[in-house]
Ligand binder design. Sequence first.
Ligand code: HEM
Length: 509
Amino acid sequence: MAAKFVRETLPKLAASQVAVSRGLLAAGLLFGLWLIGKCFYNCFLHPLRKVPGPFLAKFTSKWLEYKDHSGVRTATLHEMHKKYGPVVRIAPNEVLFSNPAVIKKIYGFNSSYMKTAFYSGFEESGRPVLFTLRDKTIHRDRRKLMAHAFTHSTISAAEPLVAEQVRNLIGRVARQNGAAMNVYAWFRSLTLDIVSSLFIGKAIGALDQDKPHEYMNNIDAYFQLAGLKWQLPWLLPLTWWIPLPSWQHFQGAQHRVYDYGRAAFNEYIERYGRDSGRNDPLKKIIHGDKDLPPLSDEQICCEVGSVLVAGTDTTATVLTYTTWELAVNSDIQSQLREELKTAKVNPGPSGVPRYSEIESLPLLDGIVLEGLRLHGPAVASLPRQVPAGGDMIDAYFIPGETTVSMQAYTVHRNENIFPDADTFKPERWADGGTQQMREASLQWSKGTRMCPGLHLATMELKIVLASLVLGWTINLGERMEEDTMDMVDHFVLMPKGNFCDLVFEPLKS
Ligand code: HEM
């Protein structure tokens, strides 16, 4: 029996092993050849071969994804511009620009460049929203349907809802009695309560809690999930079943964000009906536009879920950095207080001034614009796809479907346009700044994809800054170190320390 096994089976086994090894070797060789061919093509034949950039970028985007996960993408790309100039190849099929002259081509109103597939990472179960829609015509109609919710007059009418939440914040500051306060956390709670009050009919109540609201964790995970879906698209489909409660919870974050929008919308309709007497933007979204069929309830639910995310961290971050700048630059803080007093701005017993009293004050305006220039929360490069047929951009031919982008962080630090660019100088915006400065301002992006929330965000920034400066002297807390406010970016900017401690000392009236 054993002899038969040795005589007949072993040679067969050995032969099949040899065949498998040869197969593997051949596959390995083929893969190696393909890789060498691809590297050779990317390096010497690719239409982007002459675009300067780091060596690794010719072959892979993985180095950039690693930087992204580490929260240093924007800073790294800024250094790349310093090293290679205004046009940098940052991945085999991706080019980054910093010359303000090309903003119109990539982002302008008449640009035919679409958002890239990157944005679908922000969708829940493939349901597109205004922010993620790629098709130009579908996006145009959706934008028209929602535009009424964001106009200056709609937002002005909703001012009492904003002021109510700022009053809650002011109450928190007063109760702090001069003890240091982590404004990064409190401003996130404030902006979440404001957008929820305006877009789902009631404040989530983050300011009423002493610890971060559960919804905030969902927002954090929402951005991380979007990054993972884009860079490691195989990870979630392969691991969704792993029965680790924390992993399951993490994966459900986007669903919970949109589910919250769903539940709140239904509650709103139950409470107020479809024609509520409230002066809120949600009413405008429900009514839509007379020329187009209205959004379905499901679409509205997704949109409000998305707006809650879009309007929270963005405004909170720039509010944090701008208030911190006032604490660092006490002279500018005093000048702002003087400006408010000279204009006889009267916050009354609520401590919150009316927007009409402060909206056009030049120094306050300059402080907000300078905060947005230096610390605009949307720091990352916003990717767009070059239309079929390709295009000449900044003297390079860029083939169709290449991803191109610009990052506000670098454009806003162009010394020719913003001299002494790293310094917080609100006075540079006197009389609205130069035309060059306005054209190079990317904090809200440009064109048809420009931020519709800018009126609301500007109102929030001005009302909060004025309220704080009128009531308190703002100083740095003890925990603040030189690098606490250094930039970490995960699509939106955040302080490296993940906190910003400020001390509010009451002013003697
Ligand atoms: C200081 C605060 C804010 C800044 C700096 C900011 C910045 C931006 C930027 C740069 C974009 C373009 C993103 C891209 O192309 O990928 C954008 C889009 C958007 N923002 Fe804001 N945002 C702010 C606050 C808000 C607020 C308060 C809301 C709503 C309440 C909002 C809602 C949106 C929406 C819906 C879009 C997508 C627009 C579209 O694609 O048509 N944002 N924002």
